[in-house]
Design a protein around this ligand. Structure first.
Ligand code: ADP
Length: 544
């Protein structure tokens, strides 16, 4: 019997398989009908197999169902997991799933509903199954499943990242809190004053040290302004200093007087820094400061003491020069006396030109007295204790005045002065008397250094010059020089190599130099002797 004949026999013999074979043939492409005999050999398959499975019925009939389809046991009816065939129970039905890869490579999934076929004696002669194409549904589900899985993975991923980020934020927060606490303790433990304030001077923050200093609580200070605490004479200057701050030069140090909590006037030193917004406008200022009253007072005391010492040293120099000075004064006075006697004689004898000669003598007397008065005036200025007064000075004049003060000493020691003064010497700012004092010291030391040289070798070149920044006076002697003596020690207080020396002359020259922002230094000559240089800064030009 052919396969078709077998099938027809099965169909006609089955009381429940009432559908005509034409019905099967007209099945939609989505449905598949498979009939099999008792051994599970396929006896019939609907033509839709061509569309669904890519195989014609002729290719399929004669195969076992398990050969035709990959059966999915896991999804099949649990009542009969291991068989695609209906159970012995004649009424039993079973559902199973199978799939097959078509020749075009696509896998087709089918759900099969199987039931038994009976003959007239109610004997099972085979099975008949209807298969539904689930491919699209399964693919959709698979896509959905995959999307769900993807979504779940993304969600899990996101949750992990959120957790990590949260942990990190928490850690950063803790670190910030810790560093803020550290910063606060640094700010609060400072002995220096720390403040922040807005343009106009209103405090936004002050530290403990400043509260203690002004004896007011933080609550009182924040919101108030500090401007009234600045001494009124210094206020405009401080405001100007603060107004001058720019993003390029954002900080300035300022020293000014303040009204202190106890009513006294003190000195504050502040470093003020402006904080700018991106547009270059000042948002806030922060300042670090301290009370420098004691320092200022100490510095003032030191300055006073130094000035006193400088004066005492001048007096001491005068003491050394007193014999020479007496001689200098004596000379014109002696000359005046002689001229006075000559004038008297001429007038007494009534000689014809007696009166005119007497007048000439009177003129000489007048010159002599004027010269004496000038020497005395100069000496008085040199020895007087006057406050330091800075003025514009020509260093050439200072050099000459100083040489006049020790003119006698120069003559006595047979030192020849060689003047090399620059003609167009710029003026310098300084105190005339103190600058003369430096020059007198340098002159005296030079003369003393040449005492052991032969008379003809005792030459002292006094030279003035200037470079870009300084106006310089140099005393270049041909004396004993320094030998092994360390040049740097010359300016130490009490350093002396002389038996009667005090060792204060050059040390005080250094003090005077410091007060003038000047430099003083010694250098060995190429030949014999030593050169001492004194360089004063050129005044800064105030460009309009
Ligand atoms: P004093 O003259 O009392 O010794 P100074 O401070 O004026 O004190 O000088 C310190 C020392 O510097 C001198 O004792 C001397 O040794 C040295 N000194 C100063 N000027 C010269 C100089 N022109 N040549 C050699 N030595 C000098």
């Amino acid at each position: 019997m052919s396969t078709d004949q077998k099938h027809d026999a099965m169909m006609s013999s089955s009381p429940r398989a009432t559908a005509p074979s034409a019905w099967w043939e007209a099945l939609q492409d989505e449905l598949l009908v498979i009939s099999a005999d008792q051994q599970g050999i396929i006896t019939y398959v609907s033509p839709s197999s061509q569309h669904l499975l890519g195989c014609s019925p002729t290719e399929i009939v004669g195969q076992r169902i398990g050969e035709l389809l990959d059966l999915d046991d896991a999804l099949s009816n649990p009542s009969d997991n291991n068989s695609h065939q209906a159970a012995a129970n004649p009424d039993s039905q079973q559902t199973y799933f199978g799939s097959r890869v078509r020749p075009d490579g696509e896998r087709i999934h089918l759900a099969l509903f199987e039931c038994n076929i009976f003959d007239d004696q109610e004997n099972v002669v085979g099975t008949q199954a209807v298969g539904f194409d689930l491919t699209n549904r399964l693919n959709e589900e698979l896509t959905l499943q995959r999307s769900e899985q993807k979504y779940r993975r993304l969600k899990e991923d996101l949750e992990v990242r959120v957790a990590e980020r949260t942990a990190e934020l928490q850690r950063i927060n803790e670190m910030l809190l810790e560093s803020e606490a550290r910063y606060r303790s640094v700010v609060e433990d400072q002995t220096e004053f720390i403040a922040r304030w807005l343009p106009g001077g209103t405090y936004t923050f002050v530290n403990e040290a400043y509260c203690r200093y002004v004896q007011r609580s933080r609550e009182e200070l924040v919101g108030s302004t500090f401007i009234p605490t600045i001494h009124e004479e210094d206020r405009a200057r401080v405001e100007q200093e603060i107004a001058s701050l720019t993003p390029e030069r954002p900080s300035v140090t300022s020293e000014h007087r303040v009204y202190r909590a106890d009513g006294s006037i003190g000195w504050n030193h502040w470093t003020n820094r402006a904080l700018f917004d991106p547009a270059g406008r000042v948002e806030e200022y922060q300042s670090v400061g301290r009370d420098v009253t004691e320092l200022k007072n100490a510095a003032d005391t030191i300055r006073e003491k130094e000035a006193h010492l400088v004066h005492v040293s001048r007096l001491a120099t005068m003491g050394e020069l007193v014999a020479g000075i007496a001689h200098e004064v004596h000379q014109p006075l002696h000359a005046a006396k002689i001229f006075a006697e000559a004038a008297r004689r001429n007038l007494e004898t009534a000689m014809p030109d007696g009166v005119s000669t007497a007048i000439d003598c009177m003129n000489e007397i007048s010159d002599a007295v004027t010269r004496t008065a000038k020497i005395i005036r100069h000496l008085r200025a040199f020895t007087e204790s006057t406050p330091v007064r800075f003025e514009s000075i020509n260093l050439n004049c200072v050099a000459r005045e100083a040489a006049e003060i020790i003119a006698y000493e120069v003559r006595r020691t047979n030192v020849k002065l060689l003047w090399e003064l620059a003609e167009d010497l710029p003026l310098v700012e300084g105190d005339q008397v103190q600058l003369e004092q430096v020059c007198v010291n340098l002159l005296m030391n030079a003369c003393e250094a040449m005492l052991k040289s032969p008379f003809e070798d005792r030459r002292l070149v006094i030279q003035t010059s200037h470079d870009e920044n300084y106006v310089i006076i140099s005393y270049c002697d041909s004396g004993c020089g320094l030998g092994e003596t360390d040049k740097n020690r010359l300016f130490d207080a009490f350093f002396t190599t002389k038996q009667q020396g005090m060792g204060m002359g050059l040390s005080l020259c250094q003090t005077i130099a410091d007060a003038h922002d000047a430099n003083i230094w010694a250098e060995d000559n190429e030949g014999p002797g030593l050169t001492l240089n004194f360089a004063l800064p050129k005044p800064k030009r105030n460009d309009p």
